[in-house]
Ligand binder design. Structure first.
Ligand code: DGL
Length: 289
């Protein structure tokens, strides 16, 4: 390689490292993944696409979910993202393979419920996966059941409540019947000796504190698991491997607050804006596009 060739390659990778990471979810759920990413990768810029016009995805058919996923990934590509996280288990179940085929040169990370660590840690060999109908019937999760749960003689209880995603999108009012149903469901899991609960939808970590409080109140022996941390580690690894980690910049050296999140929603209104702000808390700064 000539010196000029090497220099232009270096410039290309330097400019790529400054490009944002794209995140996509049907709604605000993917923000639970963003929280882990922003903590693990504080120098990165993030662009978030929430398809609030079409949420929830979980009860839609596979063709529809795939088409919606491809158009969201396409939008994030147009924003110049260097890596995309499909921060939605339902969209990953039906759109991840198609997205990777459409953009073969772009790293795309998808989500699958964190069943494997739950199975490996379970003493009772009974675990429950809470997810959407789409995720529960998708190939990604069922492959983990076949390859990990069955060989470990672990029974997987699949639990689906169509009201959970709308409840989070509504800001999780505690007076709602959904909260009461969720509390009762924990007791039911306990009656079935379930010792690990997998949150297989990115909306659900927003009620993890509620679940843990119910578990403590009823003295249940249960651990709640989600995928956020593992996804942040995977993204970190991929960026290192492809030499695309963003360098620290001056502003951040003085002020350690996370960089502002660029948030775009297919249907933006004042409810969405205040919900995003509330879910992320005051530590995060958001720019609404
Ligand atoms: N956050 C999405 C997931 O992880 C929610 C799906 C939906 O919109 O129903 O599956």
């Amino acid at each position: 390689m000539t010196a000029i060739g090497a220099a232009s390659l270096l410039t290309a990778s330097a400019s790529q490292s400054l490009a944002p990471i794209g995140l996509f979810d049907s709604g605000v759920g993917g923000l639970s993944v963003y929280q882990h990413l922003a903590k693990a990768l504080p120098n990165e810029r993030f662009v978030y696409f929430a398809d609030t016009l079409n949420v929830p995805y979980g009860s839609r058919d596979s063709t529809e979910i795939q088409a919606l996923t491809l158009s969201a990934v396409d939008w994030l590509c147009q924003q110049g993202c260097k890596l995309i996280v499909i921060a939605c288990n339902s969209a990953s179940a039906y759109g991840l393979t198609a997205a990777r085929l459409t953009y073969p040169n772009l790293p795309i990370v998808g989500l699958v419920p964190a069943l494997k660590p739950a199975v490996l840690a379970s003493q009772s060999r009974q675990v429950a996966v809470l997810a959407t109908k789409a995720t529960l019937s998708g190939a990604l999760l069922n492959q983990v059941i076949t390859e990990v749960a069955i060989p470990n003689q672990t029974q997987v209880i699949k639990y689906f409540d169509p009201e959970l995603v709308p409840w989070v999108e509504a800001g999780m009012p505690m007076t709602s019947s959904t909260a009461k149903r969720l509390g009762r469901q924990l007791l039911d899991f306990s009656d079935h000796q379930v010792d690990h609960i997998v949150l297989g939808c990115t909306h659900y970590p927003f009620f993890k504190a509620f679940l843990n409080a119910e578990i403590a109140k009823n003295q249940l022996a249960m651990t709640v698991i989600d995928s956020g941390q593992a996804i942040a580690e995977r993204v970190h690894y991929l960026l290192l491997q492809s030499n695309m980690i963003a360098p620290p910049h001056q502003k951040r050296l003085q002020n350690q607050a996370p960089l502002p999140l660029a948030f775009y929603a297919s249907k933006m209104d004042s409810h969405t804006k205040s919900l995003v702000q509330r879910l992320l808390g005051s530590k995060f700064c958001i720019t609404f596009l």
